[in-house]
Write a protein that binds this ligand. Structure first.
Ligand code: ATP
Length: 603
């Protein structure tokens, strides 16, 4: 079945092909023939994509190489973060190749025994591996089922009275509208860029919901969740502090809200040591919470969204909070931006958008706005305008880049080292939050590894500073995976600090600093420089964004926007005009069917 597309479709992911280093390159399949071998040699498909496709073909009695090519491309698509293969745009990935005739290709797929057996799914002009089709339709169906429920009962008089009390202090008309809409819904998607008052809005919302529940003599169990531990901690702290502000005009409010559990999504759903993709809470064992707020929802991948939706009781309120313009999740899917785009034209849309940025400096906001529109000339204009808050080092010359990065990176590392040597972990962690050097990726001349080494070398040039071994005093740490036993979580930051003759690692936690013998932390990296991906969900006073060389297509508009919006007071961009233009022109679009499904609700 082929259906017409009524909604604009994302273009194919603009990612580079690989260049085989020779016939022994591990990505080249030995023994491949025909179309698959051609696409493999051209750097489109890797040997593992071919392996999955030929295996499925052998098991499912399919030997049409055009179908096997489509299956291999679907495997590749998932590997790159898409949920499915968009056949209509896939030829854009390598226009010079001799692609199958589109109509004949579609006919071959429709007639394939693999489709008949359900091993792959063909729908909406998209080819899915079965698992991803099930996930996407589950997410869609669960969301639609939640939307179809009768709205929650609201005591309007009580709501009006409570609104008058939370309006004291700052609360814009936009925030008020979002809160009122959310009180009347079971599911809300609350969007906004950094500093648009999302957390402020959530805190007031919780006070209002708790007040409604108190009218029914109930108490709400509220989960404040996020994909990373750091984001969950930040949300909880911010909500508690905002409730403090509400208490100035409504002293009972924080008491009404009562229990607030800040936790990672993994922990919320009940992480299981025996299974990485299944949780203790599911359709048969739902979560007991009355309200679940998820911050940084742009980072939530399709699989996790599926698990979350199935674990919620229908009457549980769900508030997904995030910035759909930020990077998508590391895993497959682009759920938040799909929800925003998919619901866009629907009268029952559960999306509330906040647009006024209250935090960042004006010039940083202007640059972020220009990036939002995707207009390269506007971005260059914002970078070139004289400003105390935005600066641009216009170069891609390696020596000039190094000269530009050295003073501030070294001063920041040195300040952390000084506090760490003075046995002051709290100050060392504070210093760490003042400055970030952000790179688009980990490897290569513009990568995190290279710049971590450079900063260590500069630091070590000072005879007072010893940069020996992995646990040197002043080493900034980034936790790279959740460790429930140690109570440290992906995205948390730390420092190695002197303590008498010993060295200890301190990681910033929600209520306290967590202290460890350094050797106990194994999933940590040095953080003099950080990838933009890892910086998601955190901010620093001053940020330097190092652009990769033009033509590398490593930096997408979404990455650039995410990097710029990490800065509170100052952002500095280092790279050539061509690199800026290349970044603005490169979109990290992913093929998914969720927005198409949401935009065209079933009759
Ligand atoms: N209506 C308002 N008027 C003035 N200031 C506000 C208003 N709402 C929020 N703020 C302030 O703006 C800043 C950002 O608010 P908040 O932390 O709620 O935003 P956010 O969208 O959650 O940001 P982020 O996603 O970056 O954490 C805070 O200092 C907050 O006190």
């Amino acid at each position: 079945m082929t259906e017409p597309f009524e909604t604009p479709r994302p273009s194919a992911p603009q990612e580079p092909l690989f260049e085989p280093t020779g016939e022994h390159d591990w990505r080249i399949a030995t023994g491949a023939t025909g179309l698959l071998a051609t696409y493999n040699a051209a750097g489109v498909l890797t040997s593992s994509d071919l392996h999955v496709a030929t295996r499925m073909g052998a098991l499912g009695d399919e030997d049409d190489e055009r179908v096997l090519l489509a299956v291999a491309l679907a495997v590749r698509a998932v590997r790159r973060g898409s949920v499915c293969l968009d056949l209509a745009t896939v030829a854009e990935t390598a226009p010079d190749l001799d692609w199958p005739d589109p109509a004949a290709w579609v006919a071959a797929i429709e007639a394939s025994p693999l489709v008949a057996a359900g091993a792959v799914r063909w729908e909406l002009g998209l080819l899915y591996l079965d698992r991803y089709h099930r996930l996407e339709t589950q997410v869609h169906d669960d969301l639609e089922a939640r939307l179809a429920l009768a709205p929650p009962a609201v005591d309007e008089a009580r709501l009006e009275a409570a609104l008058a009390r939370v309006e004291a202090g700052h609360f814009s008309a936009e925030q008020r509208a979002a809160v009122v809409a959310t009180v009347h819904r079971r599911t809300t998607i609350l969007t906004g860029g950094p500093g648009t008052g999302k957390t402020t809005t959530v805190a007031r919302l919780l006070a209002l919901l708790a007040d409604q529940a108190a009218g029914e003599d109930g108490r709400l169990a509220i989960a404040l969740a996020a994909p990373t531990g750091k984001a969950a901690t930040r949300l909880q702290e911010a909500v508690v502090s905002e409730l403090g502000a509400v208490a100035e005009s409504w002293p009972e409010a924080p008491g009404l809200v009562g229990r607030l559990d800040g936790l990672t999504l993994h922990r919320l759903l009940g992480w299981r040591p025996d299974n990485a993709t299944r949780f203790r809470h599911d359709r048969g064992n739902r979560l007991k919470y009355d309200v679940v707020v998820v911050d940084e929802s742009s980072m939530v991948e399709l699989t996790m969204m599926g698990r979350l939706l199935e674990a919620l009781r229908p009457e549980c309120r769900l508030v997904l909070v995030g910035d759909p313009r930020q990077l998508t999740s590391v895993g497959a899917g682009a759920v938040l931006s799909d929800l925003v785009a998919g619901y866009d034209a629907r009268p029952d849309s559960p999306v509330s958008a906040l647009t006024t940025n209250f935090r960042s400096e004006q010039d940083i906001k202007s640059l972020a706005d220009a990036l939002r529109t995707g207009d390269a000339d506007a971005v260059l204009g914002a970078l070139r305008a004289p400003s105390e808050q935005v600066s641009w080092i216009e170069t891609s010359d390696e020596a000039e880049v190094e000269a530009a990065l050295r003073p501030e990176s070294l001063a920041a590392a040195r300040a952390v080292w000084e506090a760490a040597s003075a046995e002051d972990p709290a100050r060392a962690l504070e210093e760490l939050d003042r400055y970030r050097l952000l790179c688009a990726r980990r490897e290569g001349p513009y990568g995190v590894r290279r710049w971590n080494q450079r900063v260590e070398r500069w630091l070590g040039e000072d005879p007072d500073v010893e940069v020996y071994g992995p646990w040197y005093v002043g080493r900034p740490l980034l936790v790279t995976s959740n460790d429930y036993a140690l109570d440290v979580y992906n995205g948390e930051t730390g420092v190695v600090v002197r303590q008498g003759a010993r060295r200890r690692a301190f990681v910033a936690g929600s209520e306290r600093l967590k202290e460890f013998a350094p050797g106990r932390l194994d999933a940590v990296e040095t953080m003099h420089a950080m990838t933009i991906h890892k910086s998601q969900g955190s901010q620093a006073d001053r940020v330097t964004v190092l652009l990769p060389e033009e033509g590398s297509r490593l930096l997408t508009l979404e990455l650039f926007y995410t990097a710029v919006t990490r800065a509170r007071h100052h952002v500095r961009v280092v790279g050539s005009e061509a690199a800026v233009r290349a970044a603005v022109a490169t979109r990290a679009q992913r093929a998914t069917g969720l927005r198409l499904r949401l935009a065209a609700p079933a009759e």
